[in-house]
Design a protein. Sequence first.
Length: 118
Amino acid sequence: MKKLILSLIVLAIAFTANAQSNVKTIGIKTSAICEMCKENLEKDLTFEKGVKSVNLDLETKVLNIAYIDGKTNPDLLRKRVTMVGYNADSLPRDPKAYEKLDPCCKDGAHPTPKKGDN
Ligand SMILES: [Cu+2]
């Protein structure tokens, strides 16, 4: 009986270690531009299935995500980012979601300053 309990404990430890090794990280290049974008993306992705942690680096515009492999995958995560209204690597943002963003979050696809604007 003792042996059985012992092997069960060993199994449990092995299982836990295995579950942890299933955590992967990914960096997704987004079109985020301000603090509001950071909040939009982090809030939304936090509640995505399989996501452990989310952090957007505003300087590089890279959304760093730790996720559980098997519960979600990079394609799903990129898709989710586009549904919030931002480009994700080579995936274009969802136009409707982009429309709903606050004005400060719209980059106007590289707006060109008009002459004599000041
Ligand atoms: Cu913004």
